[in-house]
Each structure stands twice: as structure tokens, then as C-alpha cells.
Design a protein around this ligand. Structure first.
Ligand code: UT7
Length: 323
């Protein structure tokens, strides 16, 4: 059977690094509060004029180089983002042009912080159904552009960045020993949309608006829903938590990551944590963490990996794959 396997990974972070202390110059906050409540120590912010597609193109080039491929080897470009360059066209088409691609098709996926998990699942569907052989899946965000800088409960938590993977069709046996995506599990529940949303949009305010979050409510949903989705994806894939080599969670809050791992009985030394250096980069957080983990030697060919995320919508899910 056809499996969609990760053949390359890369990331890009804008040059400007902002430490927690920077926020104390204009907000009633502290490095100690931010670190102890979220695990975040610093984040990167895009330069003036630097767009989501700029970050995405850098990450895509790194993933192409890692896979030893050229842009025209790619059939589909998918960009998971909630901070597109423009209302339209899709940021993915801007990336397509930026890479010099003259073929294939490109589109965006909007599932906020769950965007990369949604994109992986959709790319897998395109590959398994034979509609594409190679999909460039990118998570890229400039959340600094939608922060309310007077709201200390949110603006200290987010950062900018991009990560990319290349999924390629390979032959598998149809067993959990195969490389590639083994199972996916996606959910959303719009009844909870008001606990994490943006205050504006094209059709309501003709502006992009600012992020608003009821942090405690999101936290409660996050631990419960991420644990459930992870258990379900393991079961769908025919494996158990003990078989897992590496967990690559969405990087929102180290306390959410820690509690979810405990619920699953997974030791923290199997969990990739990058939130201290990147903050919450929404749809970019998982491919960024994958790329950093691979560079550290923490993701090796054959590793059984589970990745999970939750964000605005609420939208959440998990993907089980063999690296
Ligand atoms: O990626 C999408 C998913 N998003 C998430 O997963 C985020 C989920 N939520 C969280 O990560 C946490 O809820 C936060 C990090 C946002 C907040 O942590 P918390 O432990 O839930 O704190 P809290 O909201 O209950 O706030 C505790 C106190 C409050 O003061 P009072 O009411 O106890 O006097 C806040 O006003 O901390 C205060 N506070 C701050 N103090 C200093 C809130 N923000 C700050 C701040 N600096 N930046």
C-alpha cells in the first residue's frame, strides 16, 4: 500500500529574538511569571515588512535541501497558517512563486494551532489517493501581527516562525512497521470558538483583528482533548504508548505538554520541547520542533512518532507516523 513518508524537514526563525524581560518595559509582567506559567523564555519576531510567505519560503528551501529535491519535484504546496500575507490569494501560491515552481497546485489550510496536524492529514489523503506524489507541507506564522500589546495575558505567549516537511509516496506493507503516516485523528467543535479567537476579520470588521484567549478554559480543554486524540490515534495505528519513541506536541505551554504526557504515561525524555526558545508559533510549532529535534539527533529514521495539537475552533487532532 502507499504510505506518505517524511523525506525532508527544515525551519526558519526570524533574526530578532525577544527575551521575556522586554515585555516588562511596557507591561505589568515578569520573566518569572511567563517562565513559570508557560515555560517560555524567548521568541522570535519577524522584521518590519517580513511576511509569513518569506518565513515559509526559507523553511521550504531548507526542507527541499534536506530531501535532496528541487521545487519542480513537488506536486502540491500546503501552507497551514492563520496569519496569511493577504486575504487572498493563498499564501501557498506566493510560496509556490517564491520557490520558482512552475507546476502543481498550492493552497492554505486554516485550523489555527492545529493547522499542521490538519495539513499532514490532508497531505496524507492526497498521497494515498494517488492525487500527489510529493507534498510540501509548511506551517508558517507571524502571530506578532495580531497581538494586542496591551493584553499581558496573551501577547507574552506567541512568536513567529516557519517549519516545513516533504511528504513523499512510498511503498508500505500496511503494518505499523511501515515508514510514513500510519494513522490520523482530527476533530473540531465550534461551540468553543469564543474562548480562542481574533477580534476581527474580512467579513465582519474588514480588518485582521487581535487575538483574544480565555487561557484557563483553553488549558482545561487542551489536556483532556490532546490525551484522548493521542490515545485514539495510537489505537487506529495498532500501537501502544510504550511503542512510541518520540512525541512532538504543539508548543503552547510546557505545563500542557507535561500534563498530557503524564496522562498518557509517556516519560518527558521522549517528548520534544522547544517552547522555551520559540514561544507559541501556532501552526509552525510542530514542524519547527521536528526540524530542531532532527538537528539535535532526537528524530531518527524508523522512530515511531506521535504529534498532537489544539487551537482556535476549537480544532485539534493527532498524527501517528514512522520517521
Ligand atoms: O496554542 C493554542 C492553545 N493555547 C494554549 O494552549 C494556551 C492555554 N493556556 C495557558 O497556557 C495558560 O492558561 C496561560 C499561560 C495563558 C495562563 O496561565 P494560568 O496559570 O492559567 O494563569 P491565569 O490565567 O489563571 O492567571 C493567573 C494570574 C491572574 O491574576 P489573578 O487574577 O490571579 O490576580 C492574571 O491576571 O496571573 C495574571 N497574569 C499575569 N501576571 C503577570 C496573566 N498574565 C500575566 C502576565 N504577567 N503576563
Amino acid at each position: 500500500m502507499i504510505r506518505a513518508a517524511i523525506q525532508g524537514v527544515g525551519h526558519y526563525l526570524p533574526e530578532r529574538v525577544v527575551e521575556n524581560d522586554w515585555f516588562t518595559t511596557f507591561l505589568d509582567t515578569s520573566d518569572e511569571w511567563i517562565k513559570s506559567r508557560s515555560g517560555i523564555e524567548r521568541r522570535h519576531f519577524a522584521a518590519e515588512g517580513q511576511t509569513t510567505s518569506d518565513l515559509a519560503i526559507h523553511a521550504a528551501k531548507a526542507a527541499l535541501a534536506d530531501a535532496g529535491l528541487e521545487p519542480d519535484d513537488i506536486d502540491t504546496v500546503m501552507v497551514a497558517t492563520s496569519t496569511p500575507d493577504l486575504t487572498f490569494p493563498a499564501t501557498a501560491t506566493i510560496v509556490q512563486q517564491g520557490l520558482g515552481m512552475t507546476r502543481g497546485f498550492a493552497f492554505d489550510i486554516q485550523a489555527v494551532c492545529a493547522g499542521f496536524v490538519y495539513a499532514l492529514s490532508n497531505a496524507n489523503a492526497l498521497i494515498v489517493s494517488g492525487q500527489a506524489k510529493r507534498v510540501l507541507v509548511i506551517g508558517a506564522e507571524t502571530f506578532s501581527r495580531i497581538m494586542n500589546w496591551e493584553d499581558r495575558t496573551t501577547c507574552v505567549l506567541f512568536g513567529d516562525g516557519a517549519g516545513a516537511v516533504i511528504l513523499e509516496a512510498i511503498e508500505g506493507e500496511g503494518t505499523p512497521a511501515d515508514r510514513g503516516i500510519l494513522a490520523t485523528d482530527l476533530h473540531s467543535d465550534g461551540r468553543h470558538r469564543e474562548i480562542l479567537q481574533v477580534s476581527g476579520g474580512v467579513s465582519t470588521s474588514q480588518s485582521s483583528g487581535h487575538l483574544m484567549m480565555a487561557g484557563k478554559d483553553v488549558f482545561r480543554h487542551a489536556v483532556e482533548k490532546l490525551a484522548r486524540s493521542t490515545i485514539d490515534v495510537l489505537e487506529k495505528g495498532g500501537v501502544t504508548a510504550d511503542d512510541i519513541d518520540r512525541v512532538v506536541p504543539h508548543q503552547a505551554n510546557v505545563r500542557i505538554i507535561d500534563r498530557t504526557a503524564k496522562k498518557l504515561g509517556l516519560p518527558m525524555d521522549k517528548v520534544v520541547v522547544t517552547v522555551a526558545d520559540h514561544g507559541n508559533t501556532s501552526a509552525a510549532s510542530i514542524p519547527l520542533a521536528m526540524s530542531v529535534a532532527k538537528a539535535r539527533g532526537d528524530l531518527k529514521t524508523g522512530d515511531l512518532v506521535v504529534t498532537e495539537a489544539i487551537g482556535g475552533g476549537l480544532a485539534w487532532g493527532a498524527v501517528l507516523l514512522r520517521w
